[in-house]
Design a protein around this ligand. Structure first.
Ligand code: GLU
Length: 380
């Protein structure tokens, strides 16, 4: 795919190469009938197709499983218990994905359903798995349609709102833009329905206590997850170097409207996604082991390449896949650190071997790289 080029006159959305769109239930599902608003969804699909024609990759995080499913189980018109929500999600999710599939098939775009739990996004090992799958789907040209796996997610372990889930997905795939489509065109200094003096804020460059306090003033239910979860999402996105918008999605073609300059609030972080990811790897994580490299691997790393098992001569420490490990040259000089794609035991078995031999040695086909270059930070 062609990389989108950033120009000064472009909106953050146009400049993005990889975009996550979060669609709330209230936009997608008709509350009176429990049916997907197919016309609205088809218009969104047109926007997604146009976006891909511009060279962008698109992922969708969509709510609506519970809102659709409850009608098929006679569970509408009242508040649901957790078990009822889980049951509703189980019957609604397939209908939801089907609706996306139908809408995007008109543009010959393949949809891939991805259901995630909190652990899949929060635990590093599983995070690497989900990241790998999502990136592969994008490479293969599919549009991943992501939701929380509500059927197995209980109260203590679930997000419950797709705002934060969408921000985690954006972080996971190093997206450069995330749009939360909602029933309001952004963040205001106060609730605009109650306060005539409420001011719209077009751009936020830093999350301050004052900004957080503005979310506190919005009543619950004002939009599906409320402003509180949207600002929590903005915090995650900003830390990941991903630009995030809160935008009104109620009219048809909401993405196109945004590109044409519709009013919204942009949260603009100071860093880019790769820089933020590298900062996270370089800073926050405890190192659980060390890999020693031969001269060829050291030279390859310096050229920005990934670390292959063939270039590793020694493995020290006890670590799991996804842990942070240090890398050093044969004289023991530290070169940097990265997230390792194999456990220490598996590393010991495949070190010095060609990537093509991994499957025969381990009995499964893992990644070609021991540390992928995106997951590697060299000391300067
Ligand atoms: N995952 C839930 C669903 O699909 C929705 C969560 C939300 O509203 O943010 O029904």
């Amino acid at each position: 795919m062609t990389a989108a080029v950033q120009r000064a006159d472009m909106s953050p959305l146009q400049a993005a190469r990889r975009v996550v769109l979060k669609i709330g239930s209230a936009l997608l599902v008709d509350d009176a009938t429990g049916k997907v608003r197919q016309d609205w969804l088809e218009a969104l699909a047109d926007d997604i197709a146009a976006s891909r024609k511009r060279g962008q990759e698109v992922l969708v995080v969509s709510s609506g499983a519970i809102a659709v499913g409850r009608y098929h189980l006679g569970l509408h018109g009242r508040a649901l218990r957790l078990e009822e929500k889980q049951a509703a999600a189980a019957t609604g999710q397939s209908r939801l994905t089907h609706a996306y599939q139908e809408a995007l098939a008109r543009h010959d775009i393949t949809v891939a359903q991805v259901l995630l739990t909190f652990d899949d996004t929060e635990q590093r090992r599983r995070h690497l798995n989900a990241r790998g799958t999502l990136r592969e789907l994008l490479k293969l040209g599919a549009v991943p349609v992501v939701n929380e796996n509500d059927t197995v997610a209980t109260e203590e372990i679930r997000y419950g709102d797709n705002d934060r889930l969408a921000a985690r997905v954006a972080q996971m795939v190093s997206a450069d833009a995330l749009v939360l489509f909602s029933d309001i065109d952004g963040l205001y200094t106060a609730d605009p329905r109650k306060d005539g003096g409420a001011r719209h804020l077009p751009e936020i460059v830093e999350m301050t206590d004052d900004i957080e306090a503005m979310a506190g003033k919005a009543p619950p239910g004002y939009s599906s997850g409320g402003m509180v979860t949207k600002l929590a999402a903005a915090r995650i996105a900003m830390a990941a170097g991903c630009r995030m918008a809160i935008a009104d999605g109620r009219k048809d073609h909401p993405l196109d409207a945004l590109i044409q300059g519709a009013r919204c609030t942009w949260f603009l972080p100071p860093t880019s996604p790769p820089a933020a990811r590298k900062g996270w790897i370089a800073g926050g994580l405890k190192v659980a082991g060390t890999l020693t490299l031969d001269d060829g691997a050291v030279a390859a790393l310096r050229q920005g390449k990934s670390l292959l098992p063939a270039g590793v001569t020694r493995v020290a420490g006890d670590f799991e896949r996804g842990d942070a490990v240090a890398v050093e040259d044969k004289s023991g000089r530290r070169l940097g650190r990265g997230l390792v794609a194999y456990s220490s035991q598996d590393c010991l078995r495949i070190l010095g071997h060609k990537s093509g031999e991994i499957e025969a040695i381990l009995g499964y086909r893992g990644r070609d790289e021991m540390i992928h270059r995106d997951d590697l930070v060299l000391d300067t």
